[in-house]
Design a binder for this molecule. Structure first.
Ligand code: NAP
Length: 482
């Protein structure tokens, strides 16, 4: 049986791939990937979905144009054209990344198989190796190991749940044609983004949620507003769960839902199940290797991204990204990869990863973005009497008038004692960009009033919605008031 030895082994070619810095040029590295090279974000996640969001937004721009007295009609949507444009670009990047690692770099071995951790270096073992075993029996002995094996889409175990018409985000973007009827199960990030994409492109969308609101983890006001907006654009079935999917004669399916009034049936061409992503710790054999796990299956890491076993860091063992993070966000995985890259190279000068002011954006219709605490989290943490909020409508700013916007809002949550920004939540056009100054203020500890009044804000840009939200907070004057 083949045994490979390495100074560094990496499981997962998403953010894990970026760990192979020039530091490793004279050292041996093994990188293992069980799926398509490049990971979730590139192949089936953030990037291709946004490449669909853009045409979907354009295709539905007639709605926004009508508000400002312009009639725009979308003539056609060429799904095969956009799919091929998107994936010819993505597949080429994935293939080039794989070729670079597998062929061009002499010091790197690519193992295109599932690998499991067989044995870890024990505490106090300064010179031993971690042992991995690949599906074909190949053994890998590595002094340092990084587990960056990501997560995978959860499936629903219901009759018909494995029919070819039932998809996850792994497969739905590669459909041969634009489905006319899409039934989406779930009310989180992925379900909301795809409901926006398919409805924008002209499909009839039915979104099925077990609870009452979409994006429940958001600030409650934003979640309520987003749910109301979604209902303006597609059908939302609340308080319902998928009980079965039955093939239909026309090649589609009938989805049977359990709900408050009994069983309800919806015909669809495809079903998208988007009910969360499970960390791949089971696939790498983490529990059997003695690695500590959270209840949801995530690997436990300390502030240095070191993996814990029995509560103690294992020498030369790190994890990053979806397999260990509660955020499941690419920018978090990339940040953690930069920290791990440093820590691998400087074991005597470890850095900690930043887990505060972590932003997220949902490229749904409309867009959502958030950073920090919701109003209720802030009240729970600091006491409601110390929390001030301001909800600023896009429509009450000059650019909002220009857009004739009637739904966009920016809500800022702050500590009324010192003006510290605790959280920010935006729903509406360009939310993912408008949130950035608020991330800056939180990251660098600039209080709300100083931040609002210590700089110019371009008039009459839409960013004034952020300025006005900050100015509307009941907080002390900052250092620079003018
Ligand atoms: P998610 O955002 O955690 O949402 C899961 C949804 O599925 C929730 O609405 C949940 O309902 C529902 N659900 C869970 N179990 C269910 C069940 N058994 N039956 C019916 N519904 C069920 O998960 P996701 O949308 O799959 O996305 C996974 C992660 O990927 C996200 O958390 C996010 O971190 C990441 N992501 C990020 C982006 C972005 O940054 N733009 C985009 C896509 C994905 P309840 O609300 O009732 O709990």
């Amino acid at each position: 049986m083949t045994t490979r030895t390495a100074d560094l082994a990496i499981i997962g070619s998403g953010s894990g791939n970026s760990l192979i810095t020039p530091f490793w040029d004279d050292r041996r590295v093994v990188i293992a990937e069980r799926g398509v090279f490049g990971g979730t974000c590139l192949n089936v996640g953030c990037i291709p979905t946004k490449m669909y969001v853009r045409p979907a937004t354009l295709a539905r721009s007639g709605e926004e144009a009508a508000r400002v007295d312009v009639t725009l009609r979308t003539e056609a949507v060429d799904w095969p054209g956009m799919r091929d444009r998107i994936f010819s670009r993505i597949d080429a990047i994935s293939a080039a990344g794989e070729h670079y690692r597998a062929v061009e770099l002499d010091n790197v071995d690519l193992v295109s198989q599932e690998v499991r951790v067989e044995r870890l270096r024990s505490a106090g073992d300064t010179s031993g190796a971690h042992t991995l075993v690949a599906a074909d029996g190949t053994r890998i002995e590595a002094t340092q190991l990084v587990i960056a094996a990501g997560s995978r889409a959860e499936r629903l175990d219901v009759p018909g749940g494995d029919l070819p018409q039932v998809h996850t985000s792994d497969t739905i973007m590669r459909l041969d044609e634009l489905p006319a009827r899409v039934l989406v199960v779930g009310g989180g990030y992925i379900a909301s983004e795809f409901s926006g994409i398919f409805s924008g492109l002209g499909a009839e969308v039915v979104q099925v949620i077990r609870g009452d609101q979409l994006m429940r983890a958001l600030d409650h006001e934003l979640s309520e507003r987003f749910t109301a907006e979604a209902e303006r654009h597609w059908e939302l079935r609340r308080g319902r769960t998928l009980r079965a999917v039955v093939p239909a004669e026309d090649g589609g399916v009938t989805a049977e839902l359990d709900g408050p009034d009994g069983v309800e049936r919806w015909d669809a061409d495809v079903v998208l199940v988007a009910i969360g992503r499970r960390p791949n710790s089971d696939l790498v054999g983490a529990a059997a290797a003695g690695i500590d796990l959270h209840d949801d299956g995530r690997i436990v890491v300390d502030a240095f991204q070191r993996v814990l076993a029995g509560g103690l860091p294992v020498p030369g063992l790190y994890a990053l990204g979806d397999i260990s993070s509660s955020h499941q966000l690419k920018h978090v995985a990339n940040h953690e990869a930069r920290i791990v890259a440093h820590n691998l190279e400087h074991p005597d000068d470890l850095r900690t990863s930043r887990q505060d002011a972590v932003p997220a954006a949902v490229f749904a219709y409309p867009e959502l973005a958030q950073v920090g605490l919701t109003e209720s989290q802030a009240a729970e943490q600091f006491g409601a009497e110390h929390v001030t909020t301001k909800l600023q409508h896009y429509g009450d700013t000059a650019y909002g008038w220009a857009m004739a916007d009637d739904s966009g809002v920016c809500k800022v949550v702050a500590d009324r004692r010192d003006g510290r920004i605790l959280g920010a939540h935006i729903l509406g056009y360009q939310a993912s960009n408008l949130i950035q100054p608020l991330i800056t203020a939180m990251s660098f500890g600039i209080d709300a009033r100083t931040f609002a009044r210590g700089q110019y804000w371009v008039h009459p840009a839409l960013m004034e919605v952020v300025e006005n939200a900050l100015l509307g907070l009941d907080v002390p004057d900052g250092d620079l008031v003018a």
